[in-house]
Design a protein around this ligand. Structure first.
Ligand SMILES: Cc1cc2nc3c(=O)[nH]c(=O)nc-3n(C[C@H](O)[C@H](O)[C@H](O)COP(=O)(O)OP(=O)(O)OC[C@H]3O[C@@H](n4cnc5c(N)ncnc54)[C@H](O)[C@@H]3O)c2cc1C
Length: 97
């Protein structure tokens, strides 16, 4: 739904920030255009890790339930060097909520 007399928002970049802003503006009925310099999206890797602070924005844009279904909870994360030797670990146990 479009609201009259609202200026159009121009978003430069269709990354996570630009796409999220576009969804929020769509939900708010604010007109917008997204300009992206890349002609196509390329895969970054096999997985991404997201902190719990994304929950509110994912709920707001209506993708939280689907995201949870597709996700696997992680209670520890190892950071390794190129020789696959562990150089540090984040331990999230006890913070499940
Ligand atoms: C290898 C790698 C792994 C990562 N893994 C994780 C992870 O596991 N979890 C996590 O939370 N974060 C991860 N990140 C970080 C995450 O990708 C960034 O924080 C996030 O993408 C930032 O979003 P953004 O929208 O600000 O910018 P970007 O996603 O970088 O999007 C910017 C967009 O703007 C476009 N653009 C730039 N200049 C112009 C222009 N002049 N005109 C038009 N378009 C333009 C670019 O092409 C791009 O599509 C990772 C990053 C990298 C590089």
């Amino acid at each position: 739904m479009s609201v009259p007399n609202r200026p159009k928002v121009l978003i430069v970049g269709a990354g996570l920030g630009g796409i999220t802003l576009g969804i929020l503006l769509e939900l708010a009925g604010v007109p917008y255009d997204i300009y992206e310099r890349s002609a196509c999206a390329t895969p970054m890797g096999s997985s991404i890790a997201l902190g719990c602070n994304v929950r509110r924005i994912f709920e707001q844009i209506g993708v939280w339930e689907e995201f949870v279904k597709l996700s696997k909870p992680t209670f520890a994360m190892n950071i390794s060097n190129q020789q696959r030797e562990r150089i540090c670990q984040f331990d999230f146990r006890g913070q499940e909520e």
